[in-house]
Design a protein around this ligand. Structure first.
Ligand SMILES: [Zn+2]
Length: 314
């Protein structure tokens, strides 16, 4: 699968290296000497190897949000050689972003986040093709942007986007690496087509205005770095088809306690999206506007325990 006009590395048109040294990998992709050097610490691993690196170079990943969570995802997926990285964000860089949104620089203040993020990738790895979308995700734009991507990273900052991504990607059979942050706490889970969805975990969004705004509560700048790295790891595991994804499990990170916990959750047969009588289209769903949240994304652990009725595995 490939988004429109996304060129592939080493598709025969041009090689970034003048050397004749090449290694054939899966799918007929040829790694040149520059790539063999760049990705040598991947290629030497049995779990990755040249075939795994070729998978990464052939992968198309869409990152929704170029903020605190999106920044480390962008950094590590580009460094890993993900072939096409799509970035969706309609915001411009503000100075208050720079404490945690580390792909943007002081000189980018006032510029669009997607362009700033794209420049970061271009500077880091010429193997990664960047697709930028200066949009909000809504019912129309999601149809235009998401199909064709292999994996979506939910690094968004609001509930309508989160539920819309969940519903649309489920209908399209596209996995999601989900992350969320709040002050010192983070969550991560992986939603795959044959596993429980986000609505199985949180059936409905909280009422608008009932969730604190990051701008009011603050967030530890390094926290989205930790959570975003976990999301990027999940993406790479899916691409490589190795390890156990966080499917049916919500990983919970408490930075103050330096603790990681897991809560298990299951598919809900009454889920309107993945249950026994699922929706057929996002058209029938109302996605409330104006949740008024900014980079909030998670309940406190106590609230979470109180809100989930499925079994726990902590
Ligand atoms: Zn569900």
């Amino acid at each position: 699968m490939s988004p429109p006009s996304a060129p592939r590395p080493n598709d025969g048109a041009e090689s970034p290296s003048s050397s004749d040294e090449h290694t054939e990998a899966a799918g007929g992709l040829s790694l040149d000497s520059t790539q063999l050097d760049r990705y040598s610490r991947h290629i030497i691993m049995d779990e990755v190897g040249p075939d795994g690196q070729a998978r990464l170079l052939n992968a198309d990943v869409l990152i929704v949000g170029a903020g605190g969570l999106g920044s480390p995802v962008i950094q590590y997926l580009a460094a890993a050689g993900v072939g096409t990285i799509g970035i969706v964000d309609d915001d411009v860089v503000e100075r208050s972003n720079l404490q945690r949104q580390v792909v943007h620089r002081d000189e980018d203040v006032g510029n669009s986040k997607v362009e700033s993020a794209a420049q970061f990738i271009t500077n880091l790895n010429p193997d990664s093709t960047v697709m930028t979308y200066q949009n909000r995700i809504d019912k129309q734009s999601i149809r235009d942007i998401v199909p064709g991507y292999d994996i979506v990273v939910d690094a968004s900052d609001n509930f309508p986007t989160r539920y819309l991504l969940n519903d649309f990607c489920r209908l399209q059979g596209i996995p999601i690496a989900h992350g969320a942050i709040y002050k010192f706490e983070g969550q991560v889970t992986t939603l795959v087509p044959d596993g429980p969805c986000y609505r199985c975990l949180f059936p409905e969004a909280p009422e608008p205005g009932t969730v604190p705004d990051c701008a009011a509560t603050g967030v530890l700048g390094v926290l989205p770095g930790t959570v975003g790295c976990l999301q990027a790891t999940e993406v790479i595991k899916i691409i490589l088809d190795t390890g156990d994804p966080l499917t049916g499990k919500l990983g919970f990170y408490d930075a103050l306690e330096a603790s990681f916990e897991h809560i298990s959750y299951q598919s809900d047969p009454t889920c309107p999206v993945c249950g026994e009588t699922p929706i057929q289209s996002i058209e029938t769903v109302e996605y409330a506007e104006g949740c008024g949240v900014s980079e909030w994304t998670s309940m406190s652990f106590f609230d979470l325990l109180c809100s989930i009725s499925v079994g726990f595995l902590i």
